[in-house]
Design a binder for this molecule. Structure first.
Ligand code: V47
Ligand code: SF4
Length: 363
C-alpha cells in the first residue's frame, strides 16, 4: 500500500466518512485491487456475506414524454412511431400475469405524459393492488411526480399523500441523472431541477415513504460532477435517513443523441461502484442493476461494494434494451442465486425494505 492508501484504509476501518477530495483521489488514483479491498470492508461490515435480490416486475405505462433528455432512447412524442400508452385495463392485464408467481414488488416508471395527473396514477395503483394485494408498489420518479402534482394543482405533499392513500409504498431513484447544473443544462435542461428532485425525495421521506437514488454516469460528466452528485445525496440522507439504496446507472449509447460520447469501460464501472460504496457511507445498500450493466459486470460488482442485484425483472422493461443493452429480459431466482454464490456470497431473497424472505417451498 502507498502511504495515501494506508491513510485512507485506516480512515475507512475507523468508520470516518471520506471527504470529497478523498473520493476524487480514489476516482483518479485508486488501483482496482485497493478499491475492491476497501469497498468490500465496508460492504461486509454492513451486510456480512449477504447479497440480496428480489422478485419483481416492471410496468412502463407509457413512453410518451414531454421532455427530450439527450441520453434517452426510450421517449417518443405523441403520434410518433414506437410510442405506447397502456390503458388501465392493459395495466390490469399485466398485473394478472403475476398472480401466484411469488413476485413481491412492482417497479413503475415511464415517460412524462402530457395529460395524466395524480388521480389517474392513483387509480392505476389501486387497480394493481386489487389484483396483487400484497405487492409493494415502488413507483414514479421525482421527474414524473413533479409534473403529475402540477397538473393536479397539488403540492408535492398533497400529491404523495394521495398516491400513498392509493397504495404507493416507495419511490424509485430515477430522474436524478447528474445534479451539477453545468451537466444538467446540457443533458436534461427542462425537467425537474436538482432542487426539485431533492425536495420531492425529502417530502417523501418526511411522510415515511422511503426511496432510492440513482446517478447516470459515463457520458459528459467528470469525476468532480459525480462526487458533487453524491455529496448532495449524502447530505439529504444525513437529514432524513430515507434512502434505502443507491444505484449507479451506466450511460448506454444506442439510439440517442449523446451516442458520440461513447461508453465507459468495465473497469470504470467497477471503480465507480467502489467509490460510491466508500463515499456514500450513510446509504445502506448499493445496487448493480443488471439489465443496464449486464449480468457479468453485475456479478463482478459484488467484489466492489455492491450488495444487491435487484430482481428477476422480466421482459416488461424496454428502457434499456432501447438504449442498446444486450441482457436477457429476465433472470430466474435460481440464476440470480447461482451468480451470487459463484462470487462467494450468500444469496438472500429480500422484500423491498431489505427484509429477508423465507419461503416454505419453492414458488
Ligand atoms: O432516470 C435513461 C436512466 C432512469 C438511459 O429505484 C438511462 O430501484 C442509461 O428510475 N442509458 C430511470 N440510463 C430508471 C430508474 C431505475 C432503474 C433501476 C432501478 C431503480 C430503482 C430505478 O433510467 C432515468 C435515466 O437515468 N436512463 N436512458 C440510457 N440511455
Ligand atoms: Fe422523458 Fe425520462 Fe426519457 Fe427524459 S429520461 S426524455 S424524462 S422518459
Amino acid at each position: 500500500m502507498t502511504p495515501e492508501e494506508a491513510r485512507l484504509y485506516e480512515k475507512v476501518e475507523n468508520q470516518i466518512p471520506l471527504t470529497e477530495e478523498e473520493a476524487l483521489w480514489l476516482y483518479q488514483n485508486g488501483r482496482l485491487a485497493f478499491l475492491s479491498a476497501l469497498a468490500t470492508l465496508v460492504r461486509e461490515r454492513l451486510h456480512n456475506k449477504n447479497a440480496y435480490y428480489n422478485r419483481n416486475f416492471h410496468i412502463e405505462p407509457t413512453n410518451i414524454c414531454i421532455y427530450e433528455c439527450a441520453f434517452c432512447s426510450f421517449a417518443r412524442k405523441p403520434g410518433e412511431p414506437g410510442g405506447w400508452e397502456y390503458s388501465l385495463e392493459e395495466i390490469e392485464a399485466i398485473a394478472e400475469r403475476y398472480k401466484g408467481t411469488g413476485v413481491t414488488e412492482v417497479h413503475i416508471v415511464g415517460g412524462v405524459h402530457p395529460k395524466r395527473g395524480i388521480a389517474y396514477y392513483a387509480e392505476m395503483i389501486r387497480r394493481i393492488k386489487r389484483i396483487l394485494p400484497e405487492i409493494h408498489v415502488k413507483a414514479f420518479t421525482a421527474v414524473e411526480l413533479k409534473v403529475m402534482c402540477a397538473r393536479s394543482r397539488m403540492s408535492y405533499r398533497e400529491g404523495l399523500l394521495a398516491l400513498r392513500e392509493a397504495g404507493l409504498d416507495s419511490l424509485p431513484g430515477g430522474g436524478a441523472e447528474i445534479f451539477h447544473p453545468d451537466i444538467r443544462r446540457q443533458i436534461c435542461a427542462t425537467k425537474a431541477s436538482t432542487e426539485e428532485w431533492l425536495q420531492i425525495h425529502r417530502t417523501a421521506h418526511e411522510l415515511g415513504i422511503p426511496s432510492n437514488a440513482t446517478m447516470l454516469y459515463g457520458h459528459i460528466e467528470t469525476y468532480e460532477h459525480r462526487v458533487h452528485h453524491m455529496r448532495l445525496l449524502r447530505e439529504l440522507q444525513a437529514e432524513t435517513g430515507g434512502f434505502n439504496c443507491f444505484i449507479p446507472l451506466k450511460y448506454r449509447r444506442e439510439n440517442n443523441s449523446l451516442w458520440h460520447v461513447g461508453e465507459v469501460s468495465t473497469i470504470e464501472d467497477l471503480k465507480n461502484y467502489a467509490v460510491s460504496r466508500l463515499y456514500l457511507h450513510n446509504i445502506p445498500h448499493l445496487k448493480a442493476y443488471w439489465p443496464m450493466i449486464g449480468v457479468q459486470t453485475a456479478q463482478m460488482s459484488l467484489a466492489f461494494g455492491v450488495d444487491d442485484l435487484d430482481g428477476t425483472i422480466d421482459d416488461t422493461t424496454k428502457i434499456y434494451s432501447m438504449a442498446g443493452v444486450e441482457a436477457p429480459g429476465s433472470l430466474s431466482t435460481e440464476m440470480l442465486e447461482h451468480l451470487i454464490r459463484q462470487a462467494g456470497y450468500e444469496a438472500v431473497e429480500r422484500d423491498s425494505l431489505y427484509r429477508p424472505i423465507q419461503r416454505a417451498a419453492a414458488v
